[in-house]
Structure formats: structure tokens, C-alpha cells
Design a protein around this ligand. Structure first.
Ligand code: SF4
Length: 358
């Protein structure tokens, strides 16, 4: 197993299908939200709950968002979930407004599935390095160069990129869908996450051509530093999201989506866990198994200025403050061209139907 740091990063390129190329995005600064006192927080939550009820709105929050938002979503009849469950919940809910706390592709997916509903987000500028690292025009040209391949895109993409795809997958369903397509004898073009794509390629043996995108959060987990921390905690199970690099995945006891990692904390007998994904997930893990110790996997190791900064800067753009603001102002609404929506719906629907059959 390779546990040494990589010293020579791959070149950045406009042609992400070149061997060894990389499509890298610089992360924005994480926003600094003023600390709220306990009383201010409670009062704000009550006001938000009232606004949600008045507007027939429901909160749909991702596991990587702030703990206050996750708690509020559960308390007000909304949901806290991964992107597949967020999409399902949005379409099953009777609420006429969905307030999506997460990143933009999640809001867009909710709108694609529920065009008749109003979909708001606390901040429409909350995107994702995978989405930004896969521009629709460059991606379309990439697909055009490989017409013999079935196009599979991760949910973390824009509506335009989804509209060009045959299948959309989330991390919880990527493996079964790839196994199925491989079994049908199909060759795949996979975008945008190269680590997830590489992982499913290794697990299924499918013929996959990878777009070279990555998640700025998971990309930072380091195999050599994880190896060191594992030795300090031999009793801990290692839980890894498949957006992490291969030398981190290779050390995992469980590789899985956010839901699968949360379930592992409840199911495995280990007293502690080293977790290689966004630390926002700890809130749900602690609710499930408060007696267990959670350790965030290191991102840089000895000599770095920080041992772990595993929190998505775009997810951090969601807070109680701008959630209340968007419910009052009604701005930050997701709008999608109806024609592109129709094209994007097909591969999403294919995934949802596949998930239902599973
Ligand atoms: S954690 Fe990574 S994949 Fe998830 S939204 Fe942030 S940048 Fe995108």
C-alpha cells in the first residue's frame, strides 16, 4: 500500500481527458458567521419555523451543513439526507416550497424533479468544486469525442451537464449502476469525480473513461497521514467516502456514501472511528451513537498548519442567518430553462427508477 505523499501534482488543463491531466478548482474562503448566543439561536429558529409553516415550506438539509440547520430540518418535519434522499424527499413532500440547505446542484435537482414547486436556497452562490470543474461546453465536446460510450455523471453537476448524460448517479448508487451497465457490455464515460470513478472502475472492472475533476474537501485527505493516525488508534474503524484519493480508500474498513458511513457507526462494534469525509456528518453520527468517539481523518499530516480542515466552504455558506433572510425576501430561487430541464430529468429519473427496483 502506498502511504507516501505525492510530490508532483498533475498539470491543470482544458482537456480533462488527457492522460495525467487534472481539472482543478480553487476553493473560496469559508464564510465567517457571527456567533449567536443560545437565546438568539432559539429565537431565530422559532422565527424560521413560523415562516416555514406560513409559506407551506419544508427544509431539506444535507449532512454536511451546519448542525443547527440539520436540527431545525428534523424539528420542523423536513429531512436531513444525502443527495439521493434529498431528491426523493422533495418529490414525496406535499409542501409547495422546498428550501434546500446544501449546494446548488442539490437545489437544481430538486427543481428538475419538482418543476411545479418553488425551490429556495439560503445562497445560490453555494456551488461545488466538482460542478464548477465540469463546464457544460467542454464536457459536451468531451462526450462528442467519445460517441461509443454511455455517459454517466455524478449528481454533483449542473443541469446542463446532466442534460447531456445517459445516467445520473449519487455515491450511494454509483456501484450498482456501474455493475449493471458493465453487465450490459457498455463502455462508460464518467464525470466529473476522478476518485469516485476510479473506485467504481476498480470495484467493477468496467471500461471507464474518466473526467479529471475532484472534490476540494476529499482531495485533501492524505494517505500517509491517515496511516500515521491509524497507528495511534488501532481500535478505530476507518470510514472513507469514495471521493477521497485511492491511497486513503485503500486503508478503509468501510467505503461508502454519507448514509452508508453513518450506518457503519451504528452497526460496527468499534468504540471509535476515523472518518474521511466532511465533518458536518458528525452531527448525525453523534445522534446515532453518542457513546462512540469520532476522529476526523487528517488532511496534511506533520508540518502542516492544520491537521484537518475537512469542511466544505460552499456548504458553510448555509446558516440560520441567511435561511431566515431568504424566507423573508423570497429571493435566491432556483429557476431552470424548461427545455434543458426535460433533458436533465431523463437520466435522473433513470437513476430513481433503478433505485426503486433495487
Ligand atoms: S464536499 Fe466536495 S463534493 Fe461535496 S459539495 Fe463540497 S466540494 Fe462538492
Amino acid at each position: 500500500m502506498n502511504v507516501m505523499p505525492t510530490t508532483s501534482p498533475a498539470p491543470v488543463t482544458d482537456h480533462p481527458d488527457e492522460p495525467g491531466a487534472e481539472y482543478r478548482i480553487r476553493a473560496p474562503k469559508r464564510p465567517h458567521w457571527p456567533e449567536l448566543s443560545g437565546a438568539e439561536k432559539d429565537a431565530r429558529k422559532k422565527r424560521i419555523a413560523r415562516l416555514l409553516a406560513e409559506q407551506d415550506a419544508v427544509l431539506v438539509a444535507h449532512y454536511y451543513t451546519d448542525a443547527d440547520l440539520q436540527e431545525l430540518a428534523e424539528e420542523t418535519g423536513g429531512c436531513v439526507a444525502d443527495s439521493l434522499e434529498m431528491a426523493r424527499f422533495g418529490s414525496e413532500s406535499s409542501a409547495s416550497t422546498l428550501v434546500v440547505c446544501g449546494v446548488r446542484f442539490m437545489g437544481e435537482t430538486a427543481k428538475i424533479i419538482n418543476p411545479e414547486k418553488r425551490v429556495l436556497m439560503p445562497d445560490l452562490a453555494a456551488t461545488c468544486s466538482l460542478d464548477e470543474g465540469c463546464p457544460a461546453d467542454t464536457f459536451a465536446a468531451f462526450c462528442d469525442r467519445h460517441p461509443d460510450r454511455t455517459v454517466v455523471v455524478y449528481a454533483n453537476t449542473s443541469t446542463q451537464v446532466k442534460a447531456r448524460a445517459d445516467w445520473v448517479v449519487t455515491s450511494s448508487i454509483a456501484l450498482p449502476v456501474t455493475k449493471y451497465l458493465h453487465g450490459q457490455g457498455e463502455k462508460l464515460l464518467w464525470a466529473p469525480d476522478k476518485h469516485l470513478g476510479h473506485y467504481v472502475q476498480r470495484m467493477t472492472g468496467a471500461d471507464i473513461l474518466l473526467w479529471q475533476g475532484s472534490c476540494v474537501v476529499h482531495e485533501e485527505f492524505k494517505g500517509f497521514a491517515l496511516d500515521r493516525i491509524r497507528r495511534l488508534h488501532p481500535e478505530a474503524a476507518v470510514l472513507v467516502h469514495p471521493e477521497a484519493p485511492a491511497d486513503v480508500i485503500d486503508q478503509a474498513d468501510v467505503v461508502g456514501s454519507t448514509v452508508q458511513l453513518i450506518n457503519a457507526v451504528g452497526q460496527l462494534p468499534n468504540p471509535s472511528f476515523i472518518v474521511a469525509t466532511d465533518e458536518g456528518i458528525f452531527w448525525k453520527m453523534r445522534r446515532l451513537a453518542p457513546e462512540k468517539k469520532l476522529i476526523i481523518a487528517p488532511t496534511a499530516g506533520v508540518g502542516a498548519t492544520c491537521e484537518s480542515c475537512a469542511h466544505c466552504p460552499w456548504m458553510a455558506m448555509n446558516a440560520l442567518q441567511n435561511l431566515e433572510q431568504v424566507l423573508r425576501a423570497g429571493d435566491q430561487e432556483i429557476r431552470i430553462d424548461p427545455e434543458i430541464r426535460e433533458h436533465a430529468l431523463r437520466p435522473i429519473q433513470r437513476m430513481l427508477d433503478f433505485a426503486r427496483r433495487q
